[in-house]
Design a protein around this ligand. Structure first.
Ligand SMILES: Cc1cc2nc3c(=O)[nH]c(=O)nc-3n(C[C@H](O)[C@H](O)[C@H](O)COP(=O)(O)OP(=O)(O)OC[C@H]3O[C@@H](n4cnc5c(N)ncnc54)[C@H](O)[C@@H]3O)c2cc1C
Length: 420
């Protein structure tokens, strides 16, 4: 009997680390055979791939220092690129339209000048937000197309509170300058993206993970909050005095004995994206030209591609390089078969001129059921109902999928720390 934490992602590790430091003994139960959750990685023939892109841009000194003490990092300038119908535009595309054909630049600039002028408090959905920020032409051809690829929904079906500083809103000077030449200035929400020199992204957690009692291959299948017992898929049970969970809300409610149907209905309405990772290793050092880039074309399933070897050379065998493409879908639609996704990704990346198929020495595709929380219009109502229920059965729900929030890693870490 004691404190149990469900899940050994960054939120679970943080909760465990801070509680142990405060003198509370904890046991973490994890369904996988290794720790890290979305911060984890896998290695194939010496090529290490994280689960999706992953850099840290923590701003709190406390978190930055803990990550740095765990594993010294490389600070990469936040410079990325965009692929659009055969053109490469520095990120953010709206500020760097110089490479485009003149007619298209004229349409973008005209659209920007004539954009709708709606007060922010009257903007009802993300599509309107995009039209007001960028004008119709750019909105329709760039972020609205990308929204469908990244979020799996139309922009009109998303709300806008999540946007924050994630998207740069340009002014006319920036648009005009960027239509003549690529801008040196960084418009990204952070100047540097940090990544551990060694051991893949999860190494930022080495110090916190040290000494924690994590039990692997322990998939929770049932929770009885009255008896304070958790049951695992292997038939074993554990009793608790305190239960902290980082499991996705739509999953955990189905495990709770006698969970009311109404709660299950609300949880079922929560939307998220799921995603494939197509991971490729090459027998040459210089395949990757950009640390990461976005792809706007609809016929290319991949939304974003990054290079593990540019994040750190430690991720590949000497003389080699690697790419990982991210392909997202709304969790409620029928997900294409992995062979189709793999074939489309490789064919399209080859046709973009990134590499030749015969240069691939490692090829892998894998799936994650929970990638991003989707901010559809009813998210807050649905989420709050489920969170109120979790509280009523004394389960402390933390982390990205436990709070159902758009958390970056340092925010998920902070969420785990809040159990103190
Ligand atoms: C595409 C993508 C890119 C991202 N890039 C960045 C980035 O560059 N920088 C950044 O800061 N953040 C990034 N993030 C966000 C970051 O990954 C998350 O905020 C963070 O990893 C969430 O951690 P968590 O511990 O809350 O959840 P998770 O990592 O999901 O941990 C939950 C754990 O619970 C376990 N679990 C689930 N079900 C059970 C069960 N039934 N029984 C036992 N265990 C179970 C899981 O296996 C997992 O280990 C990105 C996320 C995505 C999807």
């Amino acid at each position: 009997m004691g404190t149990i934490i469900l899940g050994s992602g960054i939120a679970g590790i943080s909760a465990g680390y801070h509680l142990e430091k405060a003198g509370e003994k904890v046991v973490i139960y994890e369904k996988d055979s290794d720790w890290g959750g979305l911060c984890g990685n896998f290695t194939i023939d010496g090529f290490r791939f994280d689960k999706f892109v992953h850099f840290t841009f923590a701003d709190s000194e406390y978190i930055k220092n803990l990550f740095e003490e765990s594993s010294p990092t490389i600070a990469h300038p936040s410079v990325s690129s965009n692929y659009y119908k055969g053109y490469w535009l520095k990120h953010p595309a709206q500020n760097n339209i110089a490479p485009l054909a003149i007619d298209e630049k004229v349409e973008i600039i005209k659209g920007f000048i004539n954009r709708k002028n709606i007060p922010f408090e009257e903007i009802e959905n993300y599509e309107d937000w995009l039209r007001v920020q960028y004008g119709d032409y750019f909105a329709e051809n760039f972020p609205m197309v990308y929204t469908k690829k990244y979020w799996g929904l139309e922009a009109k079906d998303l709300e806008t509170k999540w946007v924050g500083n994630r998207m740069h809103s340009p002014n006319i000077d920036e648009i005009l300058r960027g239509s003549y030449e690529t801008q040196e200035k960084n418009f990204y929400y952070t100047n540097f993206m940090k990544y551990p020199k060694k051991g893949g992204f999860r190494s930022i957690l080495n110090k916190c993970r040290e000494g924690l009692d994590i039990r692997f291959n322990k998939e929770v299948v049932e929770i009885n909050p009255d008896k304070k017992v958790v049951r695992f898929k292997d038939g074993t049970k554990a009793e608790y005095t305190r239960l902290i969970s980082t499991l996705p809300l739509p999953e955990i409610v189905k495990m709770i004995s006698n969970c009311p149907q109404e709660v299950l209905n609300y949880a079922d309405k929560l939307h998220n994206t799921c995603g494939y990772m197509v991971s490729l290793g090459f027998n040459k050092p210089d395949i990757a030209k950009y640390l990461w880039f976005y792809i706007y074309d609809e016929d290319i399933l991949a939304a974003r591609v990054y290079s593990p070897n540019l994040k750190s050379p430690d991720n590949v065998p000497e003389g080699c390089s690697s790419l990982q493409a991210e392909i997202f879908f709304d969790c409620k639609v029928e997900i294409p078969n992995k062979e189709i996704v793999l074939q489309n990704t490789i064919e399209k990346l080859v046709s973009m001129g990134l590499f030749k198929e015969e240069e691939i020495v490692v090829k892998d595709i894998r799936f994650e059921k929970y990638a991003n929380i989707t901010f559809d219009k009813d998210i807050y109502k649905n989420r709050d109902f489920v969170l109120d229920y979790m509280k009523s059965v004394n389960i402390e729900s933390v982390g990205r999928f436990g709070r159902w929030e758009y958390m970056w890693t340092h925010q998920a870490f902070e969420s785990g720390r809040r159990v103190l």
